[in-house]
Design a protein around this ligand. Structure first.
Ligand code: TYD
Length: 426
């Protein structure tokens, strides 16, 4: 990657190897899940968070990405099982696999890439179905093992696929949720899938969907871990070189709008109407046009200006504002908007490993959920806006006691009544 005289990046797409168009830079960014102690402030790592769109592969991607070992390690701070709704989501996913894609569960083999704490595979473990989780972050993998989920701590690629095949045989299902978009080198993964999948096996993955990010200006989905934000068209282009095709797609509400992609070896399964239908939707959203991304960049700037203006006004009015949920997504928003503890006093979060630390880059203190409950500030910024329904349901008392929510997706708004909350998640 180089920077030319117009201060625009010249970058070749990881998929097509052709020049990709610069979309927006969010500036210097730390590791999104890099919650830290005050002694670590001086050695904090930063990189430039900027995205491009490739007119050839149609891939929306980060220009620079930190080394994966800086993001996924023995202190990885994201545990999948922190949300009840996500637990339900993964139980349904497991049931769908068993009901529709495992004709003979006794002989089946189910693999999950980035299996985290075993939130999905535990259903196969419970049913006595042969399974394997491949999870590079050793701390979350250990939690999975303690829950009876067979798990190895490795990055997935050609070499791991060979080892797994030799030990367990080929897989009926290879599943990955919020993982494929983390992997810059799809080449090794594509080849690994080709080696490990049975001839009629399926490779299913889901990730935040580009159509939703563009429609909702949910730019907070853009952070170090998400090297790609996929669309159906870009997935078709990315996996075709490995003999894989998309035979079904299924939109999901998780993570503020995701897409589940079902892939198989070319010709192994009949292609469902859902694929063509979604491609038509992508045409109508103009996801193949650079102008769409130019407008997206302007929308991000507008969102930032509105958010900062609101927080500064509240401070001037003497109001107390805190953050709710120290999500990875919040790191992009806080650093791009340059919002520190002067504007947001603290962020509460239920994850023990984050509590007592500081937010990456802007160093806002992270407190426990109980601290928030006992405190009752005037305003709470909903950083986990993708869990709005679950959170609004359990935080009725906050509104009843005069608290107000601030949301920023799809636009900056203050919600101060039960009716406005309901409308906002409807
Ligand atoms: P999520 O949106 O999945 O995070 P990310 O942007 O990292 O993908 O939200 C998970 C985080 O939100 C996790 O740190 C726990 C926190 N959280 C709460 O503190 N309270 C809640 O009620 C929920 C649902 C999440």
């Amino acid at each position: 990657m180089t920077v030319n005289k117009n201060n625009k990046h010249s970058f070749c797409c990881r998929i097509s190897d052709k020049p990709s168009e610069s979309v927006i830079s969010y500036g210097k960014m730390p590791i999104a899940n890099g919650f830290l102690n005050s002694e670590e402030f001086s050695k904090e790592y930063f990189f430039e968070l900027a995205v491009t769109f490739c007119p050839t592969s149609k891939m929306f991607q980060l220009i620079e990405q930190p080394d994966p070992k800086m993001m996924f390690h023995e202190n990885y701070a994201f545990f999948s099982s922190t949300s009840n709704k996500m637990a339900e989501h993964f139980e349904k996913m497991a049931n769908n696999y068993t009901a529709n894609f495992l004709s003979n569960p006794k002989d089946a083999f189910v693999v999950e890439l980035g299996s985290n704490d075993g939130i999905m595979l535990r259903h196969f473990a419970k049913a006595g179905i042969k399974h394997l989780g491949i999870e590079p972050s050793s701390n979350v993998a250990e939690v999975a093992r303690q829950n009876g989920v067979n798990t190895i701590s490795e990055f997935f690629g050609e070499e791991t696929a060979r080892k797994v095949e030799a030990e367990y045989g080929k897989a009926d299902i290879i599943s990955a949720a919020n993982v494929m978009c983390h992997i810059p080198d799809l080449n090794s993964v594509g080849k690994g899938i080709g080696l490990l999948l049975k001839d009629t096996g399926i490779f299913v993955f889901e990730d935040p969907y580009l159509g939703d990010v563009i429609k909702k200006t949910s730019y907070d989905q853009i952070y170090d871990e998400h090297v790609y934000i996929f669309s159906v068209q870009s997935v078709l282009n990315a996996f075709s070189p490995y003999g894989l095709e998309v035979f079904h797609v299924d939109p999901q509400t998780t993570h503020g709008g995701s897409m589940r992609y079902y892939l198989c070896r070319k010709g192994a399964h009949a292609i469902k109407e859902s694929v063509g239908n979604q491609l038509k939707i992508e045409d109508s959203l103009r996801l193949d046009k650079i102008e769409t991304y130019e407008q997206f960049a302007r929308n991000c700037e507008q969102n930032k200006n509105d958010f900062v203006k609101l927080l500064k006004q509240l401070k001037a009015d003497g109001k107390r504002v805190v953050g709710y949920a120290a999500t990875s997504k919040s790191t992009t928003v806080l650093n791009y908007c340059d919002i520190g503890p002067d504007l947001i006093e603290y962020i509460c979060d239920t994850t023990p490993i984050k509590q007592g630390k500081f937010s990456p880059g802007m160093h806002i203190p992270i407190k426990s959920y109980e601290d928030f409950k006992n405190d009752r500030p005037d305003y709470a910024v909903l950083f986990a806006w993708n869990h709005a329904q679950e959170i609004f349901e359990k935080e009725k008392a906050f509104i009843d006691q005069g608290g107000k929510w601030i949301v920023f997706v799809p636009e900056v708004k203050v919600l101060s009544s039960q009716e406005s909350l309901i409308q906002n998640v409807a």
